[in-house]
Ligand binder design. Structure first.
Ligand code: S3P
Length: 431
């Protein structure tokens, strides 16, 4: 389905954001294997997270939605999951597929995981290879793609250097370690989001974290204890509204309860360096995660270099940063971001194609792009989102300031992470 963009004269408002996607997945997973009932407030009810939820129901976990938007998960303990009678469907969700591969590898039963046609072309070998070193038995299409068949087996700890800075890979191994004998020690090449580590510790699992090295020593007596979790608002979703306010005249918005975990806040750092007028206030902590309210106002932006160890902390925001770069004075150079090629779509190619259609001068690099701004965006065309939620939302934001509206193909993908995105953007947009 194509969505038509709409222009805004200004962006104004004060809103609460839906729950963080990464934290919502982890809350469901850890709650399911904990002892006792976990209450999750603010769980993100987007397609991706609902796939994780449905899979745990198939694995025999009672998950109920209370009226106040609170979910109750009746934890079955580490060894209480049951073999599902059917294939486990992950939809478009890489987080579901990769984290659950780690979790299911150590069960005493057989599982099959699959996804939609997009997820089934994304690499799973990054989790399969180290899990096999731990003793996992996994069969996959072409040795790297979903569907996967997993015959649960006894796992053992390994010492492993992650070849990519990927929180999904790190988390798959940490979940497998809950079922492995001995010590798992992993080393990341760069810091990736650490929600799994924070939440495992909140559930009572002891981790040793020394810089980029994380270890769990499993002596067979591990237990997770049920928690009350309040999921912070998703900074990756907040970023779209921040960007909207920065590039639309006379705008000012306030976003409440946004997670500002330092392994996720690269977008805030970069836009500030570009000249964005952003303030964080009411900084506090809940359930081991830092939160803030954020004010963003129209700003004059300048191009910068985005590269190196900052990349994992803003990886999902790069298409949006490219849109912002089209409105910044000078060149913005994005490098070291080859991972973008294996996200929900090839996000380098999708962003470059879309920006060029809007009249922006962009050079495509193997691991990034170079964008020249500022450009008055044209519109009146059709852009392909490649069924990628973040590409679709990034171009909806660009649409606020184009001369003419334009169409974004397959934009219903937005429901993967943010079903209410268009309604909220419309509410904030004054004409
Ligand atoms: C995620 C990790 C990141 C991110 C994705 C969500 C997670 O992927 O891009 O949207 O929840 O762990 P990688 O782990 O592949 O870097």
């Amino acid at each position: 389905m194509s969505f038509k963009t709409f222009q805004a004269r200004t962006i104004q408002g004060d809103i609460n954001l839906p729950g963080d996607k990464s934290i919502s997945h982890r809350a469901l997973i850890l709650a399911a294997i904990a002892e006792g009932n976990t209450y999750i407030k603010g769980l993100l009810e987007s397609d991706d997270c609902l796939h994780t939820l449905n899979i745990f129901q198939q694995l025999g976990v009672e998950i109920r939605k209370n009226e106040e938007g609170i979910y109750r998960v009746e934890g079955v303990g580490l060894y209480g999951l049951k073999e599902a009678q059917d294939i486990l469907y992950c939809g478009n969700s890489g987080t579901t597929a990769r984290l659950l591969t780690g979790l299911l590898a150590g069960q005493k039963f057989y599982s099959v995981l699959t996804g939609d046609k997009y997820l089934n072309t994304r690499p799973m070998d990054r989790v399969i290879i180290p899990l096999e070193k731990m003793g996992a038995r996994i069969w996959s299409r072409q040795d790297k793609y979903l569907p996967l068949s997993i015959k649960g087996s006894q796992l053992s700890g390994i010492n492993y250097k992650l070849p990519v800075a990927s929180a999904q890979l790190k988390s798959a191994l940490l979940l497998a370690a809950l079922y492995a004998q001995g010590e798992l020690k992993i080393t990341e090449p760069e810091y990736s989001r650490d929600h799994t580590e924070r939440m495992l510790q909140a559930f009572g699992v002891k981790l040793e974290i020394r810089g980029k090295e994380i270890s769990i020593n499993n002596t067979g007596d591990l237990k997770l204890h049920a928690q009350e979790i309040e999921v912070p608002g998703d900074l990756s979703s907040a970023a779209f509204f921040i960007a909207a306010a920065l590039i639309t005249p006379d705008s000012e918005i306030i976003l409440r309860n946004v997670g500002i975990n330092p392994t996720r806040d690269g977008f805030l750092k970069v836009v500030r360096e570009m000249g964005a007028r952003i303030e964080l206030f009411n900084i506090r902590e809940k359930a081991g995660e830092p939160l803030a309210d954020i004010r963003a106002r129209t700003s004059t932006l300048k191009g910068i270099n985005i590269e190196g160890e900052l990349i994992p902390a803003l990886i999902d925001e790069l298409p949006l940063l490219a849109v912002l770069a089209s409105q910044a004075e000078g060149k913005t150079i994005i490098k070291d971001a080859a991972e973008l090629r294996v996200k929900e779509s090839d996000r380098i190619s999708a962003t470059v194609k879309g920006l060029r259609k809007l009249g922006v001068n962009v050079e495509e690099l193997a691991d990034g792009m170079v964008i020249e701004g500022p450009v008055r965006l044209e519109g009146g065309i059709e852009i392909d989102s490649f069924y990628d939620h973040r590409i679709a939302m990034s171009f909806m934001v660009a649409g606020l300031i184009t001369e003419k509206s334009f169409l974004i193909k397959d934009a219903e993908a937005i429901k993967i992470s943010f079903p209410d995105f268009c309604a909220i953007l419309k509410k904030l947009s004054k004409r």
